[in-house]
Design a protein around this ligand. Structure first.
Ligand code: F6R
Length: 359
């Protein structure tokens, strides 16, 4: 059942070229006319989720605001539920949940629905409670995810949010069919890029894991679209290796956390060649100046970053909007290798359940 892999988590990481393809194909096979009609008069979107699904929501915010031009707030379900929510019938609430059964998420969005919001859910499990309770459903087409740590469902949630934002933009006449087609052309290349790179990234992250698995703390830094990926990288490491890790927006470092940096602190920096590259570069230089160990996630062959890094992981160049999908995967593998080197049970980490049906 693990198809020759040592753990479900590793198998599921390796399934991503297929689950991404299936999620793109599955998405485009659904018309969802009513949803894209409704989106024309939506004035604000509330994304509500927990854990990894919440991180997908944070990336989704960037895409929805950029392409569909609708303001988005993203909230932890357990916080959202107990706030004084400002909601009307021009509010769309998006629940993101692999299982579709997470109690925090379900009860938070049902509250919003009661107050008049329309409810869209992005779920993996067909027929799950959330899928039945929502006005609209978009599925991630991943099949069952057995490992407690969410991996393939995270990248599928990203794909779904991206396509949703582009379809919404199309429906609002904010982008042309041609723009969508060009974007699709870049998107559909991702699975083969990942397929090609996975083995190398697997090896590289294993080497890095051997070098740093005794660290007490890790920092993960990113900016813009890759800031939520830093949060997700830190969450993956915490939950399966039990090493303390924090994700931070790199520009915020100087406002406090930079005090943590010394020669014992590995800093995983997500720095692809995107619009924030120069900003990210100067943030890494600040880390280096304080003797932090810089592990960079870079676009292939970027000598400028390699020179100031202790270690680096390369990903292929792509459309800059798509980097989060590529940068998420090496961080899944890094967490996986650190945890297995430490002898932890990566598929069944202590204290955690795959689906949290209690509040
Ligand atoms: C992290 C993880 C959890 C879940 C969270 C939400 O790897 O698996 O943080 O992401 O419990 O679960 P779903 O998406 O099923 O609502």
């Amino acid at each position: 059942e693990k198809a020759g892999y040592k753990h479900f988590m590793l198998k599921e990481i390796y399934e991503q070229p297929r689950t991404i393809t299936d999620t793109i194909t599955g998405f485009l096979s659904q018309e969802n006319k009513e949803l894209y009609e409704k989106i024309k008069d939506i004035q604000i979107i509330h994304i509500v989720a927990c854990g990894t699904s919440y991180h997908a929501g944070l990336v989704g915010k960037f895409w929805i605001e950029k392409f569909a031009k609708i303001p988005v707030i993203v909230d932890y379900a357990s916080e959202y539920r107990y706030r004084d929510l400002v909601i009307d019938d021009k509010t769309l609430v998006i629940a993101i949940s692999q299982s579709g059964e997470t109690a925090d998420t379900r009860f938070a969005v049902l509250e919003a629905k009661k107050k008049g919001a329309k409810l869209l859910s992005i779920v993996n499990v067909v027929g799950s409670s959330l899928s039945r309770e929502s006005d609209y459903v978009l599925y991630t087409y991943c099949g069952p995810e057995i490992g407690v740590a969410a991996t393939k469902t995270f990248t599928a949630q990203l794909i779904t949010l991206l396509l949703f934002s582009l379809k919404s933009a199309l429906s609002k006449n904010l982008i042309s069919e041609k723009y969508f087609e060009d974007f699709y052309h870049d998107l559909i290349k991702l699975p083969s890029i990942i397929e090609r790179e996975l083995k190398d990234i697997d090896k590289k992250t294993e080497d890095i894991a051997f070098k740093y698995h005794n660290a007490k703390d890790f920092l993960f830094l990113g900016r813009g679209l890759n800031y939520p990926i830093a949060l997700e990288g830190a969450l993956k490491l915490k939950e399966i290796s039990y090493i303390h890790a924090e994700g931070y927006p790199a520009g915020e470092m100087k406002h406090g956390p930079i005090a943590l940096i010394d020669e014992n602190m590995p800093v995983v920096s997500i720095i692809p060649k995107d619009n924030l590259y120069e900003k990210m570069l100067s943030n890494i230089q600040e880390v280096k100046a304080r003797k932090g160990k810089v592990i960079s996630l870079i676009t292939k062959g970027n000598k400028e970053v390699i020179e100031i890094s202790d270690d680096f992981i390369e990903i292929e160049e792509t459309n800059e909007n798509l980097y989060p999908i590529l940068t998420a995967i090496p961080l899944q593998l890094l967490a996986y290798h650190i945890a297995t080197i430490l002898g932890k049970d990566v598929d069944q980490p202590r204290n955690l359940a795959k689906t949290v049906t209690v509040e």
